[in-house]
Design a protein. Structure first.
Length: 318
């Protein structure tokens, strides 16, 4: 395990000493799928990218075991006890970089999947799992999300739309019992310094080790496109104010509210760079690709007087 990931993992355990800690490597992921979800083995194996298989695994693991899932590049700042009152909790990730969610749901933001928690067998996780399968079996459903993305960048964004934050965000936008889910919104969603955090509990270091390195031209083109797009959408987001809530999302469902995105073209590039500082818009990661194949899962350990916290037989590992 890289030194950074080891430090993050140790902070997770030190801040939550009363929790059961489970760590999954590649072999343990395979064993878990065979033991707990053999019906999904063919789907798991047929995902073309490793990160898609590991995204799918994290939803299955928390659905079966209950508890909190964390990427190994999640650094916690405090313990998780105050979250135990929620049946399902996900982090706000960022304001969207494309217009699909805003046009279809009036939702200009996304939730993350680098950290989340839920009780075992939670129906929202079941809905995410079904949508991952749906995106795999019916590619046109996922491709609808990435149509605003230039073709040269769509392959990477397809991963996000099929098993990553895109599919989680879309599931939330369409989920009928949205009151079952808690999203950890920051006080100011328009400040990029508040993005990629697990509420007040931790921060995602965004190693993005699953992404393939781009050529110099590819990195520059992606940076220019994303900067321009964020600049355009950011103006509309500012008009909505600094706060977001699931109540607002409920009100916007089925409405005609949408955010108009200007077409991307070279004449907008300089304005885009001036309009939204690229270093605050996202994290550009260079360097070699490392396998994205380690996972943290923690569950509250039962104390001597905490029968309510004791896992049932269905929650115990085989």
């Amino acid at each position: 395990m890289p030194f950074r990931d080891k430090a993050a993992s140790n902070s997770l355990r030190l801040l939550n000493p009363d929790y059961e800690y489970l760590f999954f490597d590649d072999a343990q992921v395979e064993e878990f799928i065979d033991a707990e979800f053999p019906q999904y083995r063919s789907v798991f194996d047929s995902f073309p990218a490793r990160i898609q298989r590991y995204d799918f695994f994290r939803y299955l693991a928390v659905y079966r075991l209950g508890g909190f899932y964390f990427d190994t590049d999640m650094l916690l700042a405090e313990g998780l006890d105050s979250l135990l009152g929620f049946s399902c909790v996900f982090p706000f990730e960022q304001l969207s970089v494309h217009s699909f969610f805003a046009k279809k749901y009036g939702m200009d933001w996304e939730v993350g999947n680098y950290a989340f928690g839920a009780t075992a067998n939670h129906p929202f996780l079941q809905a995410i799992i079904k949508n991952c399968v749906r995106a795999h079996k019916h590619p046109e459903w996922a491709e609808e999300m990435i149509r605003p993305i230039p073709r040269m960048f769509r392959k990477e964004w397809l991963v996000l739309a099929t098993t990553g934050p895109g599919v989680v965000s879309r599931t939330l936008a369409e989920y009928p019992d949205i009151e079952q889910v808690t999203v950890l919104f920051p006080d100011d969603v328009c400040d990029p310094r508040n993005w990629y955090q697990f509420g007040q509990y931790g921060v995602h270091l965004c190693a993005s080790s699953w992404r393939k390195p781009k050529s110099l031209v590819g990195r520059v083109m992606h940076r220019l496109w994303e900067s321009h797009t964020r600049s355009t959408l950011f103006k509309d987001s500012l008009k909505r104010g600094k706060t977001r809530s699931l109540e607002q999302l409920c009100q916007m469902r089925g409405s005609n509210l949408c955010f108009q995105q200007k077409p991307w073209s070279p004449k907008y590039l300089l304005d885009a760079l001036r309009g939204f500082p690229p270093d605050r818009a996202y994290r550009l990661v260079d360097g070699p690709v490392r396998p994205f194949n380690k996972f943290n899962l923690v569950r509250k350990n039962p104390g001597p007087n905490c029968a309510a916290d004791r896992p049932s037989a269905q929650q115990k590992r085989p």
